[in-house]
Design a binder for this molecule. Structure first.
Ligand SMILES: [Zn+2]
Length: 450
């Protein structure tokens, strides 16, 4: 299937008398202003509304946040025609304190790098919580200033640090983010964004609460009826939730949620419980494990791919989106998980310079060219009988190369025994090529107490 994805940057509206295909970027302040006018034509603008979006029961009770959400709608939308692949960037816990601190500078550099190398190539960017270290208005203003420069749609969820003041008022008012929980369909996938720190009165309680659990179940159910795969974005592992972690884990299993993307740990980690891949990404602030960067993740017909991109590493950045690495196999009966005979290879190549050549090979065998369709490089290979190494190598028009290698499972593959408790008990362990160091250095495990 040919794929098309047009990305609408953070803070974009379209002037109704502009060329319909022309997207005009403006600052968020303009979006908030009722009599906003197009800077080029002078005509009044209308929000560019793309995704169908359900109201959460929470929004009905939050008129203030609903009005803020309306302004953010422009900022969080992606025009996406289903390509079968959802791809996103994840910038780990920011813990922003002050403008001069290295983590804020790093965040600004990440935004610039994503603008240059990823805009139009990923569906959105996620901030997984613990965005503002103290949850203060000043810290959120800094985050918002950085996000206003971002050309990729952004989804932000809160973490325990965001609720340090005892509420998320500053989080919503300063970032202008939609009320949570929130659901949106991107590239044919249901993306469900949760708030695990607001349930209960004392917060941060690390709980979903009855209302949010019901909301989640109804969305998973309706997605399932529409045969849409769901991805859940939340701050911490389900097992970290008090009281309703088991209920959440049951829902993930029941509806076969392929991917749960999280923050909180501060280190890179992938866990596979046999149904769901749980991923955490190295924090941007309070780093103890390796250099700063961000992760890129994809979900393609049930196949999960995940890579960490150090900020200073070179582009292009190649990511095999299918088949799955054997560590990320979640459905042995599905194509792309365990391969046999002829199988399809798909890959994304990210970077400012377009790739002009992409090829793959099995083990040390001959190279097979891949063809570009939309954003994806595609081809096919014949699998050997034994587990094998698959490499995809891309060359951009500047001559720079980027490759990705995975180990693919073949017939007879037996998955390891799983714990399936919504925690990191099923972590795949160290995977240095993926910057998964297995050290679990962070404030919540083996690291310092921040
Ligand atoms: Zn946290």
């Amino acid at each position: 299937m040919i794929s098309t994805a047009i990305t609408v940057p953070f803070g974009v509206t379209r002037c109704p008398r502009d060329n319909p295909s022309a997207l005009v970027r403006c600052r968020l302040e303009f979006v908030l202003n009722k009599d906003t006018h197009c800077q080029f034509t002078g005509h009044s603008r209308t929000p560019l509304s793309v995704h169908a979006r359900e109201k959460s029961p929470f929004e009905v009770a939050r008129p203030l946040q609903r009005s803020l959400r309306a302004s953010y709608r422009n900022a969080s939308m992606t025009i996406s025609v289903s390509s079968g692949t959802l791809a996103w960037a994840h910038v780990g816990d920011l813990h922003v304190t002050a403008e001069h601190e290295p983590n804020y500078r790093d965040f600004q550099s990440i935004v610039e790098s994503m603008n240059t190398n990823l805009a139009g190539q990923v569906d959105f960017c996620v901030l997984p919580g613990d965005n503002a270290d103290d949850g203060s208005a000043e810290q959120y203003d800094l985050i918002r200033q950085a996000l206003e420069r971002c050309k990729i749609p952004v989804h932000v969820i809160p973490g325990d640090h965001d609720r340090k003041p005892g509420n998320l008022d500053a989080f919503y008012q300063r970032l202008q983010v939609p009320a949570l929980p929130n659901a949106t369909t991107v590239a044919g996938y249901r993306c469900l964004f949760l708030d695990v720190v607001s349930a209960g009165g004392g917060g941060p309680d690390f709980a979903l609460g009855h209302q949010q659990l019901r909301w989640l179940e109804s969305h998973l159910q309706s997605a399932s009826l529409r045969k849409l795969a769901s991805v859940v974005f939340m701050h911490a592992y389900p097992a970290d939730l008090k009281g309703d972690g088991n209920a959440l884990q049951r829902l993930l299993q029941q509806y076969r949620v392929a991917f749960v993307d999280m923050g909180h740990t501060h280190y890179n980690e992938l866990a596979n419980d046999g149904t769901t891949i749980f991923a955490t990404t190295r924090s941007t602030g309070q780093i103890e494990e390796g250099p700063v960067g961000f992760s890129l993740a994809s979900l393609s017909h049930g196949v999960v791919s995940w890579r960490f991109k150090p900020l200073q590493s070179r582009w292009p950045f190649t990511m095999i989106t299918s088949p799955a690495d054997h560590r990320l196999v979640t459905d042995i009966d599905r194509p792309g998980h365990v391969v046999a005979a002829q199988f399809s290879v798909t890959a994304r190549v990210f970077g400012a310079s377009p790739a002009h050549e992409c090829r793959c090979r099995i083990n040390e065998g001959p190279w097979t060219p891949l063809q570009l369709e939309g954003l994806e490089w595609k081809g096919s290979c014949v699998a050997p009988r034994q587990q094998f190494m698959l490499t995809v190598e891309a060359t951009d028009i500047a001559g720079a190369k980027g490759d990705d290698t995975i180990i693919v499972a073949t017939a007879g593959y037996r998955p390891p025994k799983r714990i399936v408790d919504g925690s990191d008990a099923d972590a795949v362990g160290a995977w240095p090529e993926r910057h998964l160091l297995g050290t679990r250095l962070g404030p919540n495990r083996n690291g310092r107490q921040w």
